[in-house]
Ligand binder design. Sequence first.
Ligand SMILES: [Zn+2]
Length: 233
Amino acid sequence: MQGEFGFPTRFYGERGFKITSPFGPRPDPFNPGKTDFHTGIDYGGRPQGTLVQTTVGGTVFAAKMYGGWGNLVGITDSRGYNHLFAHLQAISVRPGQTVARGDAVGTLGSTGQATGPHLHYQINRPGAGVSGNGYFGDPDRYYFEEEVEEVERAIVLGSDADYCNAAPLRDRLNCPVFFRSALVQLAKVSTIYICGGPIESVREAAPNAKLINLSGSNRFETAAKISSHLASI
Ligand SMILES: [Zn+2]
């Protein structure tokens, strides 16, 4: 990642959008006086009906109205993460369709729970589908496939249950987190932290990497190993 913002904000910035609500805690727009956790980034500043392009290539897995999301498009990328584009006015893709970065997925709208035309862009972890709570973290801190090719360190999880355990290590190392479905992309990474699951398949995917095995026999043991490793670096 380069610059102050990550790829999504640079991508939409180049297209005239600006952040209208960042990722993280914020006053709840629908419950005055309450705090809400914003699980994505809102981009606005363009009129209703402006084309919304995808930040990422992949396969469309969702393209319909989903309650508070309004008209939603979901795209699964090569790492298995799900990119959500919500509150669209119209949808221009179908489930199962393959898209490339920059393809239009629909138009800017304010469908669902929205106070005005904006794009809510969220990245969900593999397996989390369209769940509001399945978020990866700040989309501007996500490593897209071509950025992964340049990283020296990476974390591998056993399953989604290891995600929270590994988050402090991810924040310390500032590196991408891999689920088992995308081990093939680890070939050039030089140091890999295994935070769940077996070591053998990781060694096969990245035979030249230095492997730091923090996997325990269950997720509690893994959490303890990660904490003691964090204390030692
Ligand atoms: Zn939002």
